[in-house]
Ligand binder design. Structure first.
Ligand SMILES: [Zn+2]
Length: 312
């Protein structure tokens, strides 16, 4: 038990160091950045150290108020975009405004590994903790999200389906090289299976393969433990939840709405989705709401990247 606690402490120290020392990785403006200025988007380590000095800490408890925001695409949408895409997309300008708001309000972005240590190993959390998650490995996670997180000295957790990365050629979906660079730059990666198929309806053997093989691939490329899992489409049942723990994960997220996280819900943590229509006032209310509205999936909510290509 002592050794496990020591190991967790070492891991946390390494994570905090990697955040403060996050290297300048992304260059200047990118024509895929959606029109925002990324020229000063590389936060210097000293600037980030200043920004993250000694926040007040929340002592360990069995529950914590911790918004876990769920993003998919960060890009401009054409006016005729469907309701599905409007629910899964935030414009780069709105996203940056949201990050600036979080920074101004004193929120501290944390890793899932820190939440796990809080519940399981008696670690503290910075006050006003928040987790930013990005599902499905879209290319704008590298071209827009990563530099903006660096600009604001923030971290995020990314859930790319492994087969999409393998087949994406770095065009619609991030590549292994991008994942490796982002990981070195202090970003956290979680598993979202190999192929993004719903786990409900699959056999135990099939689910285990999705859980174990995706975890191994991400760990091989990042050189870091993958501790968190996101159920594709939010779909889960008792078997999927128990196998996620059995496969070696320590936490999991679905799409159940809420900002209160408890130790008992470590494998069913709540998230809040941010739609395209949010202005800052709506966004501010959303992350504070004790009863955020449920996320209502559409029929083609999590389409294959190829269908996104067809939309263009
Ligand atoms: Zn997904």
């Amino acid at each position: 038990m002592f050794h496990r606690a020591l190991l967790l402490l070492l891991l946390l120290s390494a994570l905090i160091l990697s955040r403060v020392m996050a290297p300048a990785a992304i260059g200047a403006t990118d024509d895929r950045s959606g029109g925002i200025d990324l020229r000063d988007a590389v936060g210097s380590p000293s600037a980030c150290a200043d920004r993250t000095t000694t926040p007040r800490l929340i002592p360990p408890q069995d529950s914590v108020t911790l918004p876990i925001l769920m993003y998919h695409h960060i890009k401009q949408l054409p006016p005729k975009a469907s309701a599905t895409w409007r629910n899964l997309t935030v414009s780069p300008q709105a996203f940056e405004a949201q990050l600036r708001y979080l920074a101004e309000q004193g929120y501290h972005t944390i890793y899932f590994s820190e939440l796990i240590a809080y519940f399981n190993a008696g670690a503290s959390l910075p006050e006003k903790p928040i987790i930013l998650t990005f599902d499905d490995g879209w290319i704008d996670h590298y071209t827009v999200v990563y530099p903006l997180l660096q600009k604001y000295c923030m971290v995020g957790t990314f859930f790319p389906p492994v087969n999409w990365v393998e087949n994406g050629n770095g065009k619609q979906v991030i590549s292994w090289e991008m994942i490796e660079e982002m990981s070195r730059g202090g970003m956290e990666f979680g598993s979202h299976t190999l192929n993004h198929h719903l786990l409900t309806g699959q056999t135990e053997k099939q689910i285990m393969a999705q859980l174990v093989d995706s975890k191994a691939a991400l760990e091989q490329h990042t050189g870091k433990p993958v501790v968190v899992f996101a159920y594709p489409g939010g779909g889960h049942n008792a078997l999927a939840v128990s196998l996620t723990a059995k496969a070696g994960y320590e936490a999991a997220v679905g799409i159940m709405a809420g900002v209160e996280q408890t130790r008992d819900d470590l494998f069913l943590l709540h998230r809040i989705t941010v739609p395209y229509s949010d202005d800052l006032k709506t966004f501010a209310a959303r992350i504070r709401s004790k009863r955020p509205p449920p996320f209502l999936p559409g029929s083609s909510l999590w389409p294959d990247p190829r269908s996104e290509l067809a939309d263009r």
